[in-house]
Write a protein that binds this ligand. Structure first.
Ligand SMILES: Cc1ncc(COP(=O)(O)O)c(C=O)c1O
Length: 299
């Protein structure tokens, strides 16, 4: 198809939520280069907004996807999955985390972190702790909870009223954070380096101070490393620059190099309560599925 035809088709059928697009349509890429459908070659300095960390069409990534697709594309979480266990082990071996949960995107990984912080306190018998404090100018995703966590009006206004229970404080202001922490606070969620409203760095003293405050107040510290993690800052994880370890951190983007995957990485003490009561027993799950859908099965 010609570019004009693609644009017309897109304008007629695609639900564009992202604003005006550059009138270019790429057909393929290799390493740092992209080619459009007219054969023009480009240098890709955007990298899919921190996604294409290995460049385009990296042979190892392509091969891994091909090999897996030929074997099994989906497997329910009701069963053990070798590659899931191995990737979790790998992430644990290179980070401060002890446990990993996988999602499909950064927003979902952050939703998982929010849910984990809440359930952590529920299981501890403290259901009154459910509020999350985040930073002004932050970005945590485009789901309803993560836009509420995000500290930017432009993402929030169109979808108000927002999901409640997210408070915002200015970056690098420890006093403001201390004042905002209250009996309902369960966690503080921070990008060590903000990437979606300019590049805004948290200072060394600030992050160390946040860690200390969280420890003193008995609340969890979550780092969103969806954009700043996985080697983008010269270290594998941004938290390594600060000598501060979070209780939970999230990854996505570069983790799949374009393949949709996110990860929520947590310390053992955060996840340990989760195993009680929440374990899915495969046989029970299958039976309850059959019970719920038996009319359909009988047709
Ligand atoms: C810091 C941060 N968190 C979360 C997200 C959301 O990730 P995703 O687009 O994979 O849902 C982004 C995306 O830009 C991000 O930069």
């Amino acid at each position: 198809m010609k570019l004009e035809e693609i644009i017309n088709l897109d304008k007629k059928y695609f639900m564009n939520t992202f604003g005006n697009r550059t009138p270019v349509c790429f057909s393929h890429g290799k390493g740092i280069n992209l080619w459009d459908i007219d054969g023009n070659k480009y240098y890709d300095f955007l990298g899919g907004i921190a996604v294409s960390a290995l460049g385009h069409s990296h042979p190892k990534l392509v091969d891994a996807i091909k090999q897996q697709a030929e074997k099994l594309i989906h497997c329910s979480n009701l069963y053990y999955i070798e590659s899931q266990a191995k990737l979790a082990e790998k992430l644990v071996s290179i980070s401060c985390a002890d446990r990993v949960f996988f999602a499909n995107s950064g927003a979902e990984a952050n939703e998982g972190a929010i849910k984990l912080a809440r359930i952590y306190f529920k299981k501890k018998g403290m259901p009154e702790k459910y509020e999350i404090i985040t930073l002004e100018k932050s970005f945590h995703g485009r789901t309803l909870a993560t836009i509420a966590a995000t500290g930017q009006d432009k993402y929030q206004k169109p979808y108000s009223p927002l999901t409640p229970s997210f408070l915002k404080v200015p970056i690098n202001d420890l006093d403001a954070l201390e004042k905002a922490i209250n009996g309902s606070t369960c966690a503080v969620m921070i990008e060590p380096i903000q990437g979606e409203s300019g590049v805004n760095l948290t200072s060394l003293e600030y992050l160390k101070g946040v860690r200390k405050l969280c420890d003193e107040k008995g609340i969890l510290l979550i780092f969103d490393e969806v954009q700043c993690g996985l080697g983008r800052t010269g270290k594998l994880f941004a938290y390594e620059h600060f000598g501060v370890e979070p209780d939970i951190f999230t990854l996505a983007k570069a983790l799949g190099g374009g393949f949709p995957i996110g990860a929520l990485c947590a310390k053992e003490h955060v996840q340990v309560l989760l195993n009680q009561e929440t374990t899915v027993r495969p046989l029970e799950a299958i039976l309850s599925h059959v019970q719920r859908h038996w009319q359909f099965w009988m047709l």
